[in-house]
Structures are given as C-alpha cells and as structure tokens.
Ligand binder design. Structure first.
Ligand SMILES: CC(C)(COP(=O)(O)OP(=O)(O)OC[C@H]1O[C@@H](n2cnc3c(N)ncnc32)[C@H](O)[C@@H]1OP(=O)(O)O)[C@@H](O)C(=O)NCCC(=O)NCCS
Length: 390
C-alpha cells in the first residue's frame, strides 16, 4: 500500500474542502473550520496542514494547530488536532496513523510538546493519547437566576479583544487545559449561526462577556466577569436570554473554581463532572520538552517533597528529574531509590490532574502527592471550533 504525504492548505488548494467534506461525510463543517483557521488564525502553520495520499490520490487530511495550553501551571506549546480524518473507503490501511506519526515528528522539530484532540478514544488510545480533560456541567433554570438588571450587553467589537483576553485569563487562572487566547477575532467570535459572543461594558470598558449557543437548550461554553456585581449582571442576563429564546434551561460548561460557577454553587445549583467518556485527550510526544516547559512545577514539587532527584516511569521509559542550582535537569535514567512508575497509558491524566496521587500505589504517596496533587482540568477551546461541533 503506497502511502505518501504533502503539505497544503485549503486556501492554496480549494479542492481540499471537498476532500475534508468527503472524509467527514458532511458538507461545510470541518472543511469550513480548516478554511477559517488557515485564513484567520495567527498561529496557523502551513507546514502542519497535512494531506495524506493513498496510491498517489488525496485520501486524508490532518491539521495540527499550534496553541499554548496551561499544564502544570505553565503555558505549554501544544497543537490542537482538528480536523483529522481519512476517506471512509481509505480507512484501516494505515493512513490515519501515518498522518499522526508525521505530525508528531513535525511538532518535535518545532520544539512542541504534544497535542490535544477530541475524538474516538478507541483509535486515539492506541496512538499515544490518553483521556486528560473533564467536562463540567451546571444545569440552571429560570427560577435559579436573579432578575435581569438593565446592564447594557452588546455585540463584540475588535477593540474589546485585549480586555476580553485579560478577563478570560483571570477567570480561568489555574484551570489546566485553558488555552492562551490571541487577539484574533476568530478566537472570540462564533462563526456559527446559533452562537454569539456578547459583552457587558461599564465606564467604557468591557467588564464581562459570555459565549453561548442555542441547541435544544441554551448552552454557555465560556464566560468571564470582573467583579461580583458583574457576575450578578451576567446571571441576570442569562435569565433574559432564556426568556428571549423561549428555553427553559441553560447548561453551563465552566470549571468549578470559575467565578460564575462558584456564584451558582452558592445559589444552590449542582454541578456534574465527568471525564467526557475519555474523549478529550492529550498526547505528549516529547516528554523532555514538556518537563523543560513546566520546570517551575517540578522544581517546586521536588523541593516540597524534600528530594533533589527522582525518576518517573512513563510508558516504558524512565525520566530522571534533578534540581541543580535552581534549574531542572532531565535525562533518561532510573533512580532506583526514588522511582515512581505511572500506570501505562495514563501519564497525561496525571499531568492535567484528571488523575492524582490517590490513583497510585499507596507506597508512592510520598512524593506523589506533591508531584501529582490533582486538579480540575478542562480544555477550553476557541469558539471557532464550534463549527465542527454544531
Ligand atoms: C480516526 C480515523 C482518522 C482513522 O483513520 P484510518 O485511516 O482508518 O487510520 P489507520 O488505518 O491508521 O488506523 C485505523 C485502524 O486500522 C488498523 N489498520 C491500519 N492498517 C491496517 C491494515 N493494513 N489492515 C488492517 N487494519 C489496519 C489500525 O491498526 C487501526 O486500528 P486501531 O484503531 O484498532 O488502532 C478515521 O477513522 C476517520 O476519519 N474517522 C472519522 C473522523 C474522526 O473521527 N476523526 C477524529 C476526530 S477529528
């Protein structure tokens, strides 16, 4: 079976739009996402837009979009893998794997640590990916919300974006999986008809925003607010949206420590968390680059555990972490006295906090509880990805 690859983009080769539609067996969703990212995402890298060929004919496409995503307290260079698909008649011949392996190598060459993906865990799980991010849902009904105040909500403007970026980073601080946002409109404005980003302005300055869409019910994927008064205005505005859209419920997907999620908690709303059936995944393709990018975390946790070196066993490899004169040194060696073996296939979940020291053998509790304290990981992706998720 002759497999080959080339780089190309939907902008310079419009026929790729038809290929992507045929791969996903639907028109204008993932193809439009690829086109929008190629046209308007400042991080788009044409060298990571791969066309897979079978016997010389285009039969698959994979886009690795460079992002910076919060892991272990630092923004780490990872790619978001989307869209990624092969033609139905070309499947199970190794083309998907070929696209992935080529992508891994291209990311390593660029000093990137790995990638995130949403998709079938049966396939991705066999290619180095592991469930790593959760889904949090708070179902809120009209009776749970305050009455709307006259706060002036309006549509998004380009000059709002720097302030929205600040608000987003403030509200999602410490939430593993948060993407660093650019000030490109694509990172904020929903391209789908049922999706909207609205802004609350006070004193000439944005002080809250929300991104919602209407499906069966109202769905709020992301929001941020500067103060408790702005949180209250936001909740009141949700009541107004429910009435205007004739819906009975809004489903909020916010991590538990988010200011708005906490306000709802104190109003008595229940939040449900799940591992998203393992569908939100992370793959680290260069562990050394990952440790270097998150060295502050490892230095701090080694100090907290009172050790200056230890090794981690990750899928058959041993990585030795050493604190030397305030810097982290990493090489591939095993420290017999202090070796912590992570369960095969789950290392990414320990990084994000989906799993923690309590998931390890009790004999490892010290130093594991310092290294892997756990958390509330949620991958927050830009509204443009709503195109594929309509
Ligand atoms: C996921 C997807 C991209 C995989 O593409 P693919 O071209 O079938 O990938 P591969 O051929 O490399 O691997 C598929 C399976 O076929 C098997 N396979 C590969 N070569 C094979 C061969 N010569 N003979 C038999 N089986 C083979 C692989 O082992 C793999 O099995 P596994 O899933 O049990 O590991 C494809 O199924 C697809 O496009 N799905 C719809 C879109 C989607 O879900 N995308 C991901 C989220 S955006």
């Amino acid at each position: 079976m002759a497999l080959s690859l080339r780089t190309s983009t939907p902008l310079c080769e419009p026929a790729l739009l038809g290929l992507i539609d045929a791969c996903f067996e639907r028109v204008g969703r993932e193809s439009e996402l690829a086109r929008a990212l190629a046209a308007g995402d400042p991080h788009f890298d044409a060298g990571l837009s791969l066309v897979g060929e079978l016997e010389g004919r285009a039969a698959g496409y994979a886009l690795f979009l460079p992002r910076r995503i919060l892991l272990c307290g630092s923004f780490v260079r990872l790619a978001a893998l989307s869209p990624f698909a092969t033609l139905p008649e070309a499947r199970k011949r190794g083309l998907g794997n070929f696209l992935l392996q080529t992508g891994f190598q291209a990311l390593r060459d660029r000093g990137m640590c790995g990638m995130v993906a949403l998709g079938p865990s049966a396939f991705f799980g066999r290619h180095g990916f592991a469930s790593a991010f959760n889904l949090y849902t708070t179902e809120v009904r009209l009776a749970d919300l305050p009455e709307p105040d006259p706060a002036p909500w309006r549509g998004l403007r380009v000059d709002d974006l720097p302030r929205l970026r600040e608000l987003m980073h403030e509200n999602y601080a410490g939430v593993t999986g948060t993407e660093e946002r650019s000030i490109a409109a694509l990172d904020w404005e929903s391209p789908i008809e049922s999706g909207h980003t609205l802004v609350l302005e006070r004193g000439g300055r944005p002080c809250a925003y929300l991104h919602f869409r209407t499906r069966g019910e109202l769905e709020l994927r992301e929001c941020a607010a500067a103060t408790a008064a702005d949180v209250r205005s936001l909740l009141g505005f949700l009541a107004r949206l429910l009435r205007e859209h004739g819906r009975t419920r809004v489903d909020l997907h916010l991590p538990p420590q988010h200011r708005v999620a906490r306000a709802l908690f104190h109003r008595g709303s229940a939040q449900v968390s799940s591992n998203f059936r393992g569908a939100a995944m992370l793959c680290i393709c260069d562990w050394k680059a990952l440790f270097a990018a998150t060295s502050v975390h490892w230095l701090r946790t080694l100090a907290a555990a009172g050790v200056d070196e230890l090794s981690l066993g990750i899928d058959g490899e041993a990585y030795r972490l050493r604190a030397r004169r305030g810097a982290l040194q990493v090489d591939q060696a095993r420290v017999e006295r202090r070796h912590l073996e992570l369960p095969p296939g789950h290392a990414p979940a320990f990084l994000t906090g989906q799993r923690d020291w309590r998931d390890l053998d009790p004999s490892c509790a010290e130093p594991a509880r310092h290294l892997f304290p756990g958390g509330t990981p949620m991958w927050s992706y830009a509204p443009v990805f709503g195109l594929a998720d309509e």
